[in-house]
Design a protein around this ligand. Sequence first.
Ligand code: ZN
Length: 257
Amino acid sequence: MTQTLFRDDAYLAECSATVTAVTGQGLVLDRTVFYPLGGGQAGDTGVLVLADGREIPIADTRKGKNAEGQFTEAICHLPALPDPAASVEAHLSGLGVQVGDVVTARVDWARRHRLMRFHTTTHLLCHLVPQLVNGCSITPDYARLDFHMTDPLDKDVLSAGIARLVAAAHPVTVGNISDAELDANPALVKSMSVQPPRGSGQIRTIRIGGAGADAMIDFQPCGGTHVANTSEIGAVVVTKIEKKSATTRRIVLGFAA
Ligand SMILES: [Zn+2]
């Protein structure tokens, strides 16, 4: 099991950690600041710095999978392969990385911060477009959110709405609710495509807006990494609206040039 430091503090750019497994899925650490692909948000990249100063570039981060293909509690740091045909295990053993080694895990912070700005913006879109979401992809260069709806959307109106919410500098806070609370409020789940992770009894939530019900902008279960205040989003705009199907409108977000 990997301790997920990014869930409590999305601003941690590095941590010290111990290698707990060297596998074909990558290096597993006892704790990490690397976010694994999930909930539409891309996995982190960065470097693992070995005790002797050598750096292992990490090209992607994924949740571990067992033999049956089910997700485990391990987070796998996938090394960049100099030869794409090489096996991950062979590459890592060639580097001499072993279980028990202490490393410094350092995310590509500039890239991660772009992912955080986009992820929080997708939650602002849930406020501006109160419809169910049926698809989401957040990358460092653009994000897209698909809404299950038939009405047309206006790009400039949505960009102005985002700018207004960014200028208002709403706080963004991490919390959690119990499975039972979520069951009693099923409307909190705005996504048809991503189900909140259950099983531990607690589900992580992201709230945008200050204290008090009337200050609430958005509240939903989410495991992703977010900025602490909407002002930090800066200049994010809607670059495109696409009609993906008769019942799906896609909103594409980008950074203003
Ligand atoms: Zn989210």
